[in-house]
Design a protein around this ligand. Structure first.
Ligand SMILES: Cc1cc2nc3c(=O)[nH]c(=O)nc-3n(C[C@H](O)[C@H](O)[C@H](O)COP(=O)(O)OP(=O)(O)OC[C@H]3O[C@@H](n4cnc5c(N)ncnc54)[C@H](O)[C@@H]3O)c2cc1C
Length: 350
């Protein structure tokens, strides 16, 4: 799908508007006849070519190992996808209001099924369209449909600009000098292991490490922390997510990382730097999500749980927290890191 000028889209909203029109006019169906095998000898275009089917190799022969899917409570296959969809459909109308709060059951959790093809993206889009047309979708259905379009947008970007796998979408962002060397390696390890001293960042990384999933808001917060608080190359974080996410998808993952690094197509501006404490106060106000993954902070109240280094000695003792022992001190101070990042990014303006 190209713009009227015959060029790939580079602005999401313009792409989405054309996408929606096209989807509506095709009623969500896709003509597959052009893909069917044709008998070219007869010139009739009939389906008469015999197809030789080789025996299916076993999963072990293909190099797969047994995993802990049952432990993770993931029901695979189309039945698993359908169960998640059935659970989500009545919640779709609330999606816009609740999707940013990781302690709440807001999103669909269908990404792993989309990634493995156990649910049809067209069927999902049709559900959203139907909810919108019937007036049952509230504000949520349109927002959710937009997220499905983001997925296609990033596929299109990867297809049209394959260099993004190695480099920034916007070339001037390749001038940025990232932190490297032993200190950066220590910081990167702390980020991977959920030991940065910022509770929301750490709880999110533990969610990723323990479940293979991370909530979308938290993907943005943790990615931003790595890039703009620790000054580490977005490609290192992208690789770590690729290793850990069950829903890993090259286009969406690269799109998300480059959006956060501001180097991507239609990305956030480089001076937009999430404050990990205010993000935590806003999106996990009660600290419910944090407590789930960091039980050692469970005794802190909703006000204190976002920044344990600000506790008084007495408060720390009362809550049973020993900084540097059962919970790390912050590895970087956000305000200083922010200024450093603005300096680091100055090269993109030249
Ligand atoms: C740094 C970063 C890395 C990411 N890596 C991946 C990845 O490897 N695989 C992946 O599928 N998504 C990725 N995303 C996008 C998004 O976080 C996940 O799709 C979403 O959290 C999956 O949960 P869900 O199925 O409950 O989503 P829902 O909120 O229910 O959304 C429904 C579907 O829309 C699509 N979608 C939603 N948001 C986005 C988005 N921002 N970009 C592209 N598609 C989207 C997904 O297919 C998702 O399953 C990434 C985002 C960021 C910021």
């Amino acid at each position: 799908m190209l713009s009227l000028a015959g060029k790939p889209f580079s602005v999401f909203t313009l792409y989405k508007n054309v996408w929606l029109k096209k989807f509506q006019s095709a009623a969500g169906s896709f003509d597959l006849s052009c893909l069917a095998p044709h008998d070219t000898r007869s010139g009739q275009g009939t389906l008469t070519v015999p197809v030789k089917i080789s025996p299916m190799p076993s999963l072990t022969a293909m190099g797969f190992e047994t995993t802990n899917l049952s432990e993770l409570n993931i029901t695979p296959g189309m039945q698993g996808a359908q169960a998640l969809l059935d659970d989500f459909l009545p919640r779709m109308k609330n999606y816009r209001d609740v999707r940013d709060f990781p302690a709440v059951k807001g999103p669909s959790y269908l990404s792993v099924h989309l990634r493995f093809g156990t649910i049809s993206i067209r069927a999902l889009a049709r559900h959203a369209m139907h909810a919108i047309a019937s007036g049952q979708g509230g504000d949520g259905a349109m927002t959710w449909l937009s997220e499905l379009v983001w997925r296609d947008f990033y596929f299109m970007i990867l297809y049209q600009h394959p260099h993004i796998v190695q480099r920034a979408f916007k070339p001037q962002y390749d001038r940025i000098r990232w932190e490297s060397g032993p200190a950066a390696d220590v910081a990167f390890k702390a980020w991977c292991e959920g030991c940065t001293g910022y509770p929301l960042v750490d709880a999110s990384m533990l969610q990723l490490n323990q479940t293979g999933y991370m909530h979308n808001r938290l993907r943005m917060v943790t990615a931003c922390f790595l890039i703009k608080d620790l000054g580490i190359d977005w490609r290192r974080g992208e690789q770590y997510f690729a290793l850990k996410l069950n829903d890993f998808d090259l286009a969406a993952n690269n799109g998300g990382w480059q959006w956060t690094a501001s180097s991507g197509c239609d990305a956030q501006p480089y001076f937009r730097i999430f404050n990990p404490v205010t993000q935590s106060e806003k999106f996990d106000a009660e600290g419910k999500f944090i407590r789930r993954y960091l039980p050692q902070l469970a005794k802190l109240d909703a006000k204190r749980i976002h920044s344990p280094w600000l506790l008084s000695e007495a408060e720390r003792i009362k809550a049973g927290i020993a900084l540097g022992e059962n919970y790390p001190a912050p590895i970087v101070m956000h305000d200083l890191a922010r200024l450093k990042t603005l300096d680091r990014y100055a090269v993109v303006k030249k």
